[in-house]
Design a binder for this molecule. Structure first.
Ligand code: FER
Length: 292
């Protein structure tokens, strides 16, 4: 489909701010160390002590870090403009990194395969990152234990670009109990194997569907908005996976409006695998989140 690439535009109104937070995580040797995430707080956050905020975790792609989205494209400008235009539900956006000390793109000795990196991050996400963020900011989580996160799951989303898209699908397969909204951008599900969305489409779709069934979640309990581009290296992995998911209509109901289904998929004409294009997908999809 035709999509106009998002570019920087003046944000004519109050702008949000980025806070850099530290939290404890575990490195590849099992030692505790400090990690960082960037947190976007919408304008007015400090002046609204009664307001609770949805929370959306937006992951970078392979080789990136917690600054990658902010440094590579006008994502902050997009969030500011969406807020100024009143198009977003009140939402905090977290920019984390799935890399861990001793397991970084610069450290080839310790680097383990990408699929394993994004899998091990799922434990850190729940044990370290989400508790650190959501005990500090006013999200809908009344507590950051499993019960509190489950009760607030329809106010919590995860998205990401490329390997961050892989992270997003892993968040579905590992932590659907805590997340209700998913925005995989230019990345397929590597739960079964690398590029399993293409090589094991039906099995991957079945696994995703079974995850929902096993968790006791029906099709109004989770929403997925996947996007990529026709010139993107991920399109050949993502499209067959989405097609296989559509073959499971009890779990995945294809739609162009979350009022009538839970699976949206769009391919932008001509868009390549690049933050500067992929940020367009954030501008399209995030305003549809946290409304069901
Ligand atoms: C995909 C295509 C490419 C994908 C990830 C990549 C998770 C990552 C590429 C890279 O890091 O260079 O479908 O899905």
């Amino acid at each position: 489909m035709k999509m106009e690439q998002t570019r920087y535009q003046d944000a004519r109104g109050p702008r949000g701010r980025i806070e850099r937070i530290a939290y404890q995580a575990t490195n590849v040797k099992g030692e505790t160390f400090e990690k960082h995430a960037n947190v976007y707080l919408p304008a007015g956050y400090d002046g609204a002590p009664e307001q609770r905020y949805n929370i959306f975790y937006l992951m970078h792609g392979g080789g990136g870090n917690e600054d990658a989205w902010l440094d590579s494209c006008p994502v902050k400008n997009v969030l500011d403009r969406l807020n100024i235009e009143g198009r977003l539900e009140p939402t905090i956006v977290v920019f984390p990194t799935y890399y861990t000390e001793g397991n970084t793109p610069e450290n080839a000795d310790f680097r383990i395969a990408g699929r394993e990196e994004i899998r091990v991050f799922q434990a850190e996400l729940m044990q370290n990152l989400v508790p650190a963020v959501e005990s500090r900011y006013r999200t809908w989580a009344r507590s950051v234990d499993a019960a509190g996160l489950r009760a607030s799951r329809m106010h919590r989303g995860f998205g990401g670009f490329s390997m961050g898209g892989g992270n997003t699908w892993m968040t579905f397969t590992h932590n659907l109990a805590s997340f209700g909204w998913f925005m995989p951008l230019s990345g397929d599900c590597w739960e079964l194997e690398t590029m399993g969305g293409r090589t094991k489409s039906a099995e991957t779709a079945a696994l995703l569907g079974q995850t929902a069934i096993d968790g006791g979640f029906g099709p109004r309990d989770y929403f997925i908005y996947a996007l990529t581009g026709s010139e993107d290296i991920a399109v050949g992995n993502l499209t067959p996976q989405i097609e296989a998911m559509k073959a499971l209509p009890e779990q995945f109901q294809a739609t162009d409006d979350f009022a009538t289904g839970n699976l949206r998929y769009e391919v932008a004409d001509g868009f390549p695998h690049a933050y500067e294009h992929v940020v367009t997908y954030v501008e399209r999809a995030l305003p549809t989140f946290f409304r069901a």
